[in-house]
Design a protein around this ligand. Structure first.
Ligand SMILES: [Zn+2]
Length: 237
């Protein structure tokens, strides 16, 4: 799938899972998700849903923060054996989730920086201010992202679910790639077998553009209407 479809699937995926996990406890993490956590989770998950393509030098994510993501891309590509290999495995999702969770336990500041990176990647992936003037677009993106991250921070968003959201975002990416002709080596490095190869729709083809992406966009709107306690959030008339 294209970058924006992956990012959208991350946002919709998080919103869809909210009613399921709300009030539950997994791995010692209690899910008590308010409006802030729903927004933060959607953006984190949207950003994480682009992370597996960091192994490709032309991917949206690789181009997001110039040299920073470019260098990370070269590193990832080297460690995980080139495009759509190790970064598209269950092991990768587990690694990313685990590392993020450790980061969250280690430092509150590191979490904020990581959230900034993922939200910026998500906004870029969703098509927020790109093309024409790359430098200006990057500055606009950074400013918008900083505003969002700061607003979430000052409203006291709890990021204890961060690792799970990142792993979940990666898994949603795999689902997206499996839904296209591209197979995904889920069991790398044990097996190189590509799950879901040659079935599904064409990347950036008619189905993705006229059905999948619009449906995901509608999903974001419907879940936004359904999930938030609008009567409590909005100021009284
Ligand atoms: Zn991919």
């Amino acid at each position: 799938m294209m970058g924006h479809s992956h990012a959208l699937s991350g946002a919709v995926g998080w919103m869809a899972i909210v009613p399921v996990v709300q009030g539950q406890q997994f791995f010692n993490i209690h899910f008590d998700l308010g409006p802030g956590e729903i927004i933060a989770g959607s953006l984190v998950c949207a950003g994480a849903a682009l992370v597996p393509d960091l192994d490709h030098k032309n991917a949206t994510i690789t181009q997001t923060y110039g040299l920073v993501t470019g260098t990370l891309s070269a590193l990832f590509s080297w460690i995980f054996g080139g495009h759509r290999n190790g970064t598209h495995s269950l092991l990768f999702a587990l690694l990313m989730g685990g590392l993020t969770q450790l980061l969250a336990l280690w430092s509150e500041l590191a979490v904020q920086i990581f959230v900034f990176l993922l939200v910026g990647i998500a906004l870029n992936g969703l098509g927020f201010g790109m093309d024409k003037n790359r430098a200006a677009a990057a500055v606009l993106n950074a400013m918008g992202t900083a505003g969002i991250v700061l607003a979430l921070y000052t409203s006291g968003v709890d990021y204890s679910w961060m690792g799970l959201a990142v792993a979940f975002g990666c898994l949603l990416h795999f689902v997206g790639d499996m839904a296209t002709h591209m197979g995904v080596p889920l069991f790398w490095p044990i097996s190189k077998y590509r799950v879901g190869q040659n079935i599904g729709f064409e990347t950036d083809g008619k189905i993705e553009r006229t059905v999948v992406t619009p449906l995901l966009s509608i999903g974001v709107i419907l879940f936004s209407i359904y999930l938030f306690p609008w009567q409590d959030i909005l100021p009284k008339a």
